[in-house]
Design a protein around this ligand. Structure first.
Ligand code: PMP
Length: 403
């Protein structure tokens, strides 16, 4: 007979726990490290001041006075929580205001706000797809899309990363099954842009719908930070745009934007929204205020991009491999785990915070330091990041750096 103890047996020989214990013993366990202070571009960890080169706060708005004030005012006006689902007592006037603003921002008829980006993807995908459908996903889509597909019980096929020809071959294989092509607008690890014009044209030719998760495109890519579909002038060809407030919009929460009919269908079927508490007042107001700032300060996305372009250019000149990145995310490929951990630690010692990414977060041999840049970084902070990478170039072992 199965007992609770049998279930907990999985905990005993967990390789992840062994790796964590080993890392902690050597002072190089890089995860769940608490920050003691954060001003955005600068954080304090273990009493040490660091330049933050690993945040998704691309526009630097978590520290913006207007965004902070809006969050505080919302707490004064609505309290600390919605204490209920959007369906029942949890909908606020500011949720509807944010939905209307985001629909207009993305150039879509309607939008629906969720409590997180994760729930947005899971909610939209489980609402729309079932066993009779197939989700045709890029190999590098975000994990929550795959979770949504699994929860939907739909069929799943993957195509080679950003490869429209492979997409076409997969769609041909499943020609009789209603399909939704799912891509990220900006890939969260590689920092590359989806080849949206080609992907949309293949999908249209094959009668498939197109779904773009633009978590890392909103606020950074396209005219006025309107995202990847706007960047490629393909807003009308993308059926659903999904994004999150936990990056450029300096909050938490997420959004699904599309036609009025489809969004209203999702509104009545997205279980991750219907059976969970609504986005809190403070986060709703912060996202609204961040959107205001973005619309009123169009140079912010440009500054973010300029910093990332400079880092990419200088790191590549030093021989680093930054892959095909072209956005605010600049990966530095370090390949194996020990190199990744060593490089991460050396950068910390030089006052620079980066995110080490290792399997299973990426495929084996694709270990990297994920770095990302903010509109509010100063040139001096960017200098420090570049100087630190110059210092540790020999740690990334010979043969692993492109010449
Ligand atoms: N999609 C992508 C591409 C992401 O990178 C993330 C978060 N890293 C999410 C969705 C989930 O968003 P959230 O953090 O708001 O739940």
């Amino acid at each position: 007979m199965t007992t609770v103890n049998d279930v907990f047996n999985v905990v005993a020989d967990d390789p992840a726990a062994e790796m964590a214990a080993l890392g902690r013993a050597h002072g190089i366990y890089p995860y769940f490290l608490p920050l003691e202070e954060s001003e955005g571009t600068e954080v304090v960890m273990e009493g040490k001041r660091l330049v933050m080169a690993g945040s998704n706060n691309y526009l630097g708005l978590t520290a913006h006075p207007r965004v902070r004030a809006a969050a505080v005012e919302a707490v004064q006006r609505f309290g600390t929580s919605c204490t209920g689902s959007r369906l029942l007592n949890g909908t606020l006037a500011i949720h509807l205001e944010l939905e209307e603003r985001l629909a207009r921002f993305f150039g879509k008829e309607d939008a629906l706000v969720f409590a997180t980006g994760y729930q947005s993807n899971v909610g939209a995908i489980t609402a729309l797809l079932g066993p009779a459908h197939i989700a045709v996903c890029d190999k590098e889509v975000h994990a929550c899309i795959l979770d949504g597909v699994h929860m939907a019980g739909s069929q799943l096929a993957r195509f080679r990363h950003n490869d429209p020809e492979d997409l076409e071959a997969v769609l041909e294989l499943y020609a009789d099954t209603p399909a939704m092509v799912i891509v990220d607008g900006v890939y969260s690890m590689g920092g590359d842009l989806a080849k949206l014009p080609e992907i949309v044209s293949v999908a249209r030719r094959r009668g498939a719908r197109v779904y773009v998760d633009d978590a890392h495109g909103l606020g950074v890519v396209g005219p006025g930070g309107r995202g990847t579909a706007a960047h490629f002038d393909r807003v009308r060809d993308v059926d659903l745009i999904v994004s999150t407030f936990s990056k450029s919009l300096a909050s938490v929460g997420g959004v699904v934007a599309g036609s009025a009919e489809v969004v209203d269908f999702i509104r009545h079927h997205a279980r991750s929204m219907l059976f969970s508490a609504a986005l809190p007042p403070s986060n709703t107001a912060a996202a609204l205020a961040a959107l205001d700032v973005l619309e009123n300060e169009p140079d912010r996305p440009i500054r973010t991009q300029r910093h990332a372009d400079r880092v990419r250019r200088e790191l590549r000149a030093m021989g680093y491999d930054c892959g095909t990145s072209e956005t605010s995310i600049v990966p530095v490929f370090t390949r194996d785990e020990s190199t990744t951990a060593a490089a991460w630690k050396e950068l910390l010692d030089r006052g620079v915070y980066t995110n080490p990414v290792m399997p299973p977060g990426v495929a084996p041999g694709r270990g990297m330091l994920r770095t990302s840049y903010m509109a509010t970084h100063t040139e001096a902070q960017i200098d420090q990041v570049i100087a630190a990478f110059a210092d540790i170039a020999d740690i990334v072992r010979p043969g692993q750096v492109e010449s």
